[in-house]
Design a protein around this ligand. Structure first.
Ligand SMILES: [Zn+2]
Length: 97
């Protein structure tokens, strides 16, 4: 298991691999390394919310109830996928030697 914490918590790499002891947390993408993923995703969410508002006139309370959790879920999944990809790119080639 490369993740610390529960699946619903923000994605964070474990300090070390439980099997081989490889340091994992040092490979965690964070801060500016996540901008190329998170900023386009947030822009997509904003434009999606605007488009949904054009198509269906939903009551105002629906927006925070739907888009709040949806945004948190999608950004969490995107960060998890990005961190997994960065970890795979940095650690896997060394493991194959
Ligand atoms: Zn390992």
């Amino acid at each position: 298991m490369v993740w610390a914490g529960r699946v619903w918590e923000p994605p964070k790499l474990a300090d070390h691999c439980r099997t081989c002891g490889e340091a994992l947390a040092v490979h965690e993408a964070s801060g500016r390394a996540l901008y190329p993923v998170v900023i386009p995703l947030l822009a997509l969410l904003v434009f999606s919310a605007l488009r949904v508002d054009d198509i269906w006139r939903l009551p105002l309370w629906v927006y925070p109830v739907v888009w709040g959790p949806a945004s948190a879920l999608l950004v969490g999944l995107a960060v998890r996928a990005t961190r997994a990809a960065v970890l795979a790119a940095r650690v896997a080639p060394r493991g194959q030697r």
